[in-house]
Design a protein around this ligand. Structure first.
Ligand code: PRP
Ligand code: MN
Ligand code: MG
Length: 179
């Protein structure tokens, strides 16, 4: 167990089981449709890689990189596009893939942004949801786990760009982000 971890919140096995369920549900819902899965870098990297392999219909993928947190532990409030989609999305069915919905700020920005480009539909799949933290009333269409308001890392989630590679989701020790 890593020194910075208070405790594991979601194990690798629990996460994989949930990803399979989400993949099956998405496959059923988008059967016969032209689905574009958009991963939001960097946090969604790990979940995206697992989710697309659990989806049993043809998909294409693209990525956007946005950042709102910078180096700190709390949101600065500003969303920046660091990398845009490679192609136009007019008339495409878009599924945004996120690692976590926290305040809802990032997602709200992305939904507005992608809908304004004339997508046929825009939905959201996140592996983690912290509804207690929401400042904008917005809900993911597909969610893996509702989690408490603890500082979590791993499975793509970082603290100051670290710990994304942990295969589980864990609560970070207070002393790590308060020092
Ligand atoms: C994190 C996370 C989500 C967003 C959620 O990204 O990956 O994208 O914040 O927070 P919100 O609901 O309050 O907007 P971050 O900006 O830290 O960038 P990263 O994915 O590169 O870590
Ligand atoms: Mn992110
Ligand atoms: Mg981050």
């Amino acid at each position: 167990m890593d020194q910075v971890i208070e405790r594991v919140l979601l194990t690798e096995v629990e996460i994989q089981k949930k990803v399979e369920e989400l993949g099956a549900q998405i496959s059923a819902d988008y059967e016969g449709k032209d689905l574009l899965v958009v991963g939001i870098l960097k946090g969604a990297l790990v979940f995206m890689a697992d989710l697309i392999r659990a989806i049993q219909i043809p998909v294409t993928i693209d990525f956007m990189a946005v950042s709102s947190y910078g180096q700190g532990a709390t949101s600065s409030g500003a969303v920046r596009i660091l990398k845009d989609l490679d192609r136009a999305v007019e008339d495409r069915h878009i599924l945004i893939v996120e690692d976590i919905v926290d305040t809802g700020l990032t997602l709200n920005y992305l939904l507005d942004n992608l809908r304004s480009r004339g997508a046929a539909s825009v939905k959201v799949c996140t592996i983690l949801d912290k509804p207690n933290r929401r400042t904008i009333p917005i809900e993911p269409d597909y969610n893996g786990f509702v989690i408490p308001d603890e500082f979590v890392v791993g499975y793509g989630l970082d603290y100051a760009e670290k710990y994304r590679h942990f295969p589980y989701v864990a609560i970070l020790k207070r002393e790590v982000y308060e020092r």
